[in-house]
Design a protein around this ligand. Structure first.
Ligand SMILES: CCCCCCCCCCCCCCCCCCCCCCC/C=C/C(=O)SCCNC(=O)CCNC(=O)[C@H](O)C(C)(C)COP(=O)(O)OP(=O)(O)OC[C@H]1O[C@@H](n2cnc3c(N)ncnc32)[C@H](O)[C@@H]1OP(=O)(O)O
Ligand SMILES: Cc1cc2nc3c(=O)[nH]c(=O)nc-3n(C[C@H](O)[C@H](O)[C@H](O)COP(=O)(O)OP(=O)(O)OC[C@H]3O[C@@H](n4cnc5c(N)ncnc54)[C@H](O)[C@@H]3O)c2cc1C
Length: 643
């Protein structure tokens, strides 16, 4: 199962080796992080990032190994933006000459970059950005300027204190004419003494949610006061500006300017299973250790994992972790394919890839953030302790629902893709993830054939149910949209339904990828049979949760919906004996989990007790402030107390 989770024996070995490397090195200790103040926390992160870079070079780690090393160090920091956004932006949007100049500098970290797109006033609406880049023909330069307060760049990670360069997105203006938003490479700091260059105002935007997690990152604010950069620092793969000030667009679609976001959204989907599996591992291990009620004749109480209600909250999350792992793997292969095509100027699969990355990013991050919080509740009161590892994990993870495309905004992008696919049905056969929309007649006419709970243990029955639900919701929206004279008005009016239809479409993708995975790529029959159980849990849980959709579209009868729920309850009993094996297969080491509740050895209570004594408040019996503020109250001489 460890190999199935990792994807291959080699992938397992690489990640395992890097997990151990980090866990065994005292520099990467992280238990004391929540006790540090912001400045110490930040310095500590800089120290770890520098040490990691030294290890990468000294040990000559491969790119894959370096990625795992950063993952296990487990602290957001400026290198995330450098490697995940700055470098890919140059790779995807730079010309050959620009790549030749900038990539070697970035890849050896002689410069450190960030991705400065969002502003105080606009994040989702990229076309609404206000920073200007005005071409000056006389000097062959662009003048970067922040004309309003709301045009201040706001959020870019690593920008406040570390980055030396940024890809800045700004409105291109030539001779007073606006030519859309483009990316520019801008130097922010001196490479000698690290001070901000003249004309730039740079700072940190302040503390973020949760103490010890995202505050390791210096998210920044940046303002320009007529800062000049050479013309050849505009990223020019998509559009070019000549020295005469002529604006030209190549055959490459404008959407490629958004390419870096597609790349990161894909990574975010791949990473969702890491965060969810981490929370599920903690909650499952603790649910086996924790006992409440049910003692008979002085025997042990019931392990909370044996309560059906606990199983009905925990096991769908366990199944979701596996589903997201497989859909992340699948999306990665789709992305690698589109990347190769883009390099060869084949843009045909870009719209589908955009819809998949946007929709799956929204689906997996929302479910993972909610899932982490549910795992915290599954651990009862102890889940609220920082030492459970869950509050910090939630605080780190939840902004994924907003960054890289706010989730609702992303689902509306999927809706645009689906509406377009449906309106083209007469003359263009849909392919890939939308292929089922080419079979609308049977999907709209046929109804579910399930008669017994056992009938739901059939991948074809499940797939057809999810296809029929998604097709009916999408076609329904399409029909209602056609009644509007102004399509944009119709889209806005129906946006709630469109988001629900998009979710149905994305859930269909995750379910079908899970089924596909079982049909083709599982090593060993035992592993395959166990994963089949999780696949059914995932699908039937979604079906139960969204049974309103399945019933309202008329594909299922209430009886069939209740048979699905009956089967789901039976499946929970099949998951129970393997629950610990399923979470051990994630291969998460104690160092990585950083959780007293999720310890591999189950030694929860002594370690919880021990951890409490490490709190700074326990350094002494009488702490600072007691004598000054509590003793005077205790010693007051009042005849009666007034509330
Ligand atoms: C104890 C516990 C402790 C726990 C601690 C744990 C710590 C762990 C740390 C581990 C670290 C390890 C790290 C490694 C990996 C990290 C990887 C992730 C790094 C993440 C860092 C996050 C930083 C965040 C960065 C950002 O947020 S950057 C900014 C992102 N911004 C957005 O996403 C903006 C969203 N908006 C848009 O994308 C667009 O504006 C829009 C798409 C919404 C609208 O665009 P537009 O207005 O132009 O218009 P249209 O809607 O009309 O679209 C026009 C057509 O273009 C198509 N389109 C749109 N986008 C794209 C695209 N991207 N690609 C292709 N096509 C696109 C539309 O579909 C339209 O098409 P049509 O014309 O056919 O309809
Ligand atoms: C931790 C973190 C790190 C970040 N790092 C970076 C970075 O490195 N670089 C960078 O450039 N940016 C970064 N960002 C910014 C991030 O990309 C934006 O916050 C994100 O894209 C959301 O945009 P917004 O804040 O404008 O949200 P808004 O769009 O203002 O969203 C507010 C609400 O309005 C709704 N809404 C907006 N538009 C629509 C619509 N058309 N239809 C229906 N509802 C709508 C949304 O659903 C949401 O509920 C980061 C943000 C965070 C939280």
């Amino acid at each position: 199962m460890k190999v199935a989770w990792a994807g291959s024996r080699e992938a397992f070995q690489v990640s395992d080796r890097m997990a151990k490397l980090v866990a065994n090195d005292p520099v990467f200790e992280k238990f004391s992080k929540p006790m540090l103040g912001r400045k110490e926390l930040f310095k500590n992160t800089l120290r770890k990032a520098a040490y990691a870079w030294k290890l990468i070079n000294d040990l000559r780690l491969t790119e894959e190994e370096a990625k795992w090393l950063r993952h296990y160090i487990d602290e957001p920091n400026y290198t995330d933006l450098h490697w995940e956004m700055f470098v890919p932006a140059i790779e995807g949007q730079g010309t050959k000459e620009q790549k030749k100049k900038w990539l070697p500098l970035a890849q050896t970290m002689q410069i450190i970059g960030t991705y400065a797109q969002t502003e105080l006033g606009h994040g989702s609406n990229v076309q609404g950005l206000e920073t200007t880049a005005t071409f000056d023909r006389q000097t062959d330069e662009f003048v970067m300027h922040s004309p309003t307060l709301t045009s201040s760049k706001w959020w870019p990670g690593g920008m406040a204190k570390v980055a030396t360069h940024a890809i800045v997105y700004a409105r291109l203006i030539i001779d007073g004419l606006f030519h859309g938003v483009h990316g520019f490479i801008v130097q922010l700091r001196s490479l000698e003494d690290h001070s901000p260059l003249p004309g730039l105002t740079l700072g940190d935007i302040g503390m973020k949610f949760g103490h010890g997690t995202y505050n390791t990152m210096d998210n920044g604010v940046l303002r320009f006061d007529h800062v000049r950069i050479p013309r050849n620092q505009m990223l020019m793969r998509v559009s070019q500006v000549t020295k005469e000030g002529k604006y030209a667009q190549s055959d490459v679609p404008r959407q490629l300017l958004y390419g870096t976001m597609v790349s990161v959204r894909q990574t975010i989907v791949a990473d969702a299973s890491k965060a969810l599996s981490r929370a599920v591992c903690i909650a499952t291990r603790y649910s086996v250790v924790r006992r409440q009620f049910g003692s008979r004749n002085g025997g042990p109480e019931t392990q909370v994992i044996d309560y059906k209600t606990q199983q009905s909250r925990l096991f769908p999350l366990l199944a979701s972790a596996y589903a997201f792992r497989f859909v992340g793997e699948w999306l990665k292969s789709l992305y690698i394919d589109v990347k190769q095509r883009l390099e060869a100027n084949d843009f045909s699969t870009l719209p589908e890839t955009h819809a998949c990355t946007a929709g799956l990013k929204a689906l997996t991050t929302a479910a993972t953030a909610d899932g982490i919080e549910e795992c915290r509740k599954l651990c009862g009161g102890h889940g609220y302790l920082i030492s459970s590892g869950l509050p910090e994990l939630f605080a780190f993870y939840v902004p994924a629902c907003s960054y890289e495309g706010e989730n609702v905004v992303m689902m509306l992008q999927v809706a645009r893709f689906l509406v377009k696919t449906v309106s083209n049905l007469g003359y263009k056969q849909p392919v890939g993830t939308a292929a089922y929309l080419g079979r609308v007649t049977p999907l709209l006419q046929n109804n579910c054939a399930v008669q017994t709970a056992e009938d739901w243990l059939n991948p074809d029955a499940i797939l057809e149910a999810f296809e029929a639900r998604a097709a009916r919701m999408v076609i329904g929206c399409g029909e209602r949209l056609a009644m509007f004279e102004n399509p944009e008005e119709g889209f806005a009016e129906l946006s709630i339904d469109l988001v629900e239809a998009s979710l149905a479409h994305c859930q269909l993708i995750t379910v079908s990828v899970f089924i596909q995975k079982l049909n083709h790529e599982i090593p060993g029959n035992g592993v395959k049979r166990s994963l089949e159980v999780l696949c059914y849990v995932y699908a039937l849980f979604l079906l139960h949760k969204h049974q309103g959709d399945f019933l309202a579209t008329g594909y299922l009868t209430p009886k069939q919906a209740s048979l699905a729920n009956e089967q789901l309850r039976t499946l929970y009993s099949k998951v129970r004996p393997n629950a610990i094996a399923f979470v051990d297969s994630f291969n998460h080491m104690d160092h990585y989990l950083c959780s007293v509740l999720g310890r591999y050895d189950g030694n929860v209570y002594p370690k919880l007790y021990e951890a409490a004594w490490k709190d700074p408040l326990n350094d002494s019996d009488i702490v600072d402030g007691i004598q000054q503020y509590v003793q005077p109250i205790l010693k007051q001489k009042l005849h009666y107390a007034k509330l």
